[in-house]
Each structure stands twice: as structure tokens, then as C-alpha cells.
Design a protein around this ligand. Sequence first.
Ligand code: ACO
Length: 401
Amino acid sequence: GYDISSLLKETGNVTFDTGFVNTAVCRSDITYIDGGAGILRYRGYPIDQLAGQSTFVEVAYLLIYGELPTADQLGEFEERIKRHTMLHEDLKAFFNGFPRDAHPMPVLSSAVSALGTFYQDSLDPFDAEQVEISTIRLLAKLPTIAAYAHKKSVGQPFLYPDNSLTLTENFLRMTFGFPAEPYELDPDIVRALDQLFILHADHEQNCSTSTVRLVGSAHANLFNSVSAGIHALSGPLHGGANQAVLEMLEQIKASDDGAETFMKKVKNKEDGVRLMGFGHRVYKSYDPRAAIVKDTAHTVLEKSGSSELMDIAMKLEEVALADDYFVERNLYPNVDFYTGLIYTAMGFEPKMFTVLFAIGRLPGWIAQWREMIEDKETKIGRPRQIYTGATERDYVEIGKR
Ligand code: ACO
């Protein structure tokens, strides 16, 4: 039993919506999704046009400031970011405090919270200049932090950023390069990773973005709000699905079962097994990002020559798209179905997959946090509850319990 009479008296109505399935918590001009029609647009621009023609830094500008930049505006934005890619030497020491086998996600979120301790001059959420410099610092430093988290986990030396490179080039070099050795960038890999960052850059009120807004609604600074978002993203139901897809494909490869046998298990719901990378809470048709990722997967995997897992993935998709079980339930590949394969072919280990997601999602978190702070309608996020505990009872002395 439960008693909602006091809540009803206070509010006039009560909405019980545990997963916010049907509750809008803000108005937003940033991202539009039509899950039924498979549409995703940033600031009105279709995702396929942005992924095909834009760059990640340009998309970050679009999400944060609302319009595509002119060539001058973009050049200036890129230069400002480049001036802030280095980490304070004392922040670098921070990485040594973690165990060598630490997962890079908590390292990432801890380093982002720590940024606030280094930049105490720019923490006021209502000072536009301070928000602006924090925005640039975050965009510039997250790839450096992410690369260092990786270097720490493999016991290799850190590389200073090379500001003759773009953000994505710099990140690849700091992750896979070695000091004093030239690092050869492959333009196809750079383009593919930049495109994947674009595809992940925003997805309206998903779990991590809602977290960033909720924490920020208490007027917590941008660094702390983004750090909380990184924690939310670390959950396997949110950012970890691509790793699960890869494990599923490896399992199918290692077993005697082919794709068809595995799919029978999925349909019979044996041991709760699901086709990972399929289905989405919002998209009830083909995830528009998945179609683009599939093309990218072909390009990247052709280069690495490791196509066996890709063949299994394509076979699974083919079987699913022709099967009533999946068709009736509107189950199509989501963005994560092919990304793990691409990241592996690029040389990233599975632990880094969610970190890559975080780098991509950062502009969205920042844009949404800024919109929330500037919105006069924003109130501190404070959900209500339906109390289901004990009714009033008298305290019993400890000796009499
Ligand atoms: N494989 C097999 N069956 C599935 C799958 C799947 N991947 N997803 C859903 N179903 C079935 C369910 O068993 C259920 O069938 P039933 O009606 O016979 O019981 C029906 O489809 C509806 O499923 P729900 O779980 O109610 O759908 P919901 O919208 O809550 O879940 C989710 C969405 C979590 C993404 C789900 O599809 C899933 O678990 N997918 C696999 C994990 C995954 O890829 N997650 C990444 C999401 S994308 C991202 O976060 C970036």
C-alpha cells in the first residue's frame, strides 16, 4: 500500500514514470529525434549530412552555439581549442595515483572533476566568459586526458599534444604514438573516427545528458556536471553496449554455432540472451546512425583485413531483418552494432570504447548544460516519490527491540 494524499494535496496530480519514458523535463532547441521515422537532426541538420560533410569540431560549434560557423569563426574556434590541449604538469601526476589496471572511465571522470580545482577562476555558471573558457578547456583537454588514461593502462609514456594536428589527429597520435618517433596518420582512419565522434555528439535527453543537466540544475560547475555525465555513461546499459556486441561476436566465432543457431537462442530467449546492438528505446526503425556506421565499418575493416567478425555481424543483421520476431518488435541495428568492430580494427582495446563515446558526446553535454543554465524556466531538478514505507510508529529503546 502507499499514501499519495499529501503529494496530491500539494501538487494536484502525481505522475509515476520511473524511467522518464513519458516525461519531458525541459524545452530544447538542440537535437530532434523521430524514433518511428528514424530521424536524427542536430540544430535542424540531418545527421547523415553532418556525418558526410562536416567535421567533429564544426559539429561541436553547431551544437554549442546553434549555427554552423563561417570559415573565420571555425578557424578561430579551432585555434582557441588548440591553445588549451596541454594538461597542467600537476594534473599529469594525478594519473600515477591510479592502479595500472584502472578502467579508463573513472580515470576520465576523476580528471575532469580535478580540472575544476586547476581552473578556479572559471567556475561561475552565470558568468558567460567563464563558461566560455571552461567550454574550450574541456573540449581541448578531454582527448588529452583520454589518451593519457590509455597510456597509463598500457604502461607507456605520455605524449605532449602536437597542435599542428586537428583534434582527432592529435588524439590518435597521443594514444598510439611514441615520443620522438614520427606517427603516421591514416586519413581514412582519421575521417572514420571523426565521423564516429559526430554520430555520438548529442542524442537529446539520454541518461548521461539528463545527468549533466540535473547536476547542473543545482548550479554545480560545468566540470563537475560533465564528470557526473561520464559516470552515467560508464553504465553498461548506456555506453557499454558496443563492448557487449564485440563479446557476442567473439563468442559466436569461438563456438560451433553459426549465426542462425545463435538467433534461434535469441528468439527462444534462452538464458535471457539478446542480440546485442539491436533495439533501441527511442528508435523503432533503423537507427540512422547505424546505417552510416555500417559503411564506415566496411572502409576500416577492409584496411585491417580482419573481416571474420564483420561477416558474422552482417549475417546476424541479414537473418534479423528477414525474421518476424525482430520485424514485429521493431528491432533494428543501433549505433553500437558495428562501432566495436571499427574501434578494434583501429587498435583500441574494449576498455577504451566508452571513453571514445565520451569524447564524442562532450559537445552535446556542454551544449545541453549551457542551454539549461541560460533557460529562465530551469528549476533545480527534484523529482517526487510515492512513499511505500511504514506508517507512523513509536521509537523503541534499543534494549527492548
Ligand atoms: N534481442 C532480442 N530481443 C530483444 C532485443 C534484442 N536486442 N531488444 C528487445 N527485444 C525484445 C524483448 O525481449 C521484448 O520482447 P517481448 O515483448 O517478447 O518480451 C521486446 O523486444 C521489447 O523489448 P524491451 O526490452 O521492452 O525494449 P526497451 O525499449 O525497453 O529496450 C534496449 C531497449 C534496452 C536497447 C533493448 O532493445 C536491448 O536490450 N538491446 C540490446 C542492448 C543494446 O544494444 N543496447 C544499446 C542501446 S543504444 C545506446 O545506448 C547508445
